[in-house]
Write a protein of this length. Structure first.
Length: 95
C-alpha cells in the first residue's frame, strides 16, 4: 500500500515538475563570481532547490555527529554499569 502511494506521489511530483519546466522555459541570466551564464528559469530554480537540499542534509549530518558520539559513549557506560551490577549480584551471599 505504501509503495503504491509512494509511486503515485512520485508521478505527481514528476508531472508537476514537467509542467513547471514547460511554463518556465524563458532564459534568465545568472551572474556569479567568475562570469555570467544564460539558463532556463526552471533549471535555475531546480538547481537552487537541489543545492538547498544538499546544504540542509550536510548541516543535519554534521549536527548528528556529536549526538551519535554521545549516544555511543552512553551505551558503553550502560554496559559497564550492567556488568558491575551483575558482578555485585554474583558476590551477594545467599542468592
Amino acid at each position: 500500500m505504501f509503495r503504491i502511494v509512494g509511486i503515485l506521489l512520485f508521478l505527481l511530483v514528476l508531472v508537476v515538475g514537467i509542467e513547471f519546466s514547460a511554463v518556465n522555459s524563458a532564459p534568465v541570466t545568472v551572474n556569479y563570481l567568475l562570469g555570467t551564464v544564460s539558463l532556463p528559469l526552471a533549471l535555475v530554480v531546480v538547481a537552487a532547490f537541489t543545492v538547498g537540499i544538499l546544504v540542509a542534509v550536510a548541516v543535519g549530518t554534521l549536527a548528528m555527529v556529536p549526538l551519535r558520539l554521545r549516544a555511543a559513549s552512553l551505551r558503553r557506560e550502560v554496559e559497564a554499569r550492567q556488568f558491575e551490577i551483575e558482578r555485585l549480584r554474583a558476590r551477594q551471599p545467599g542468592t
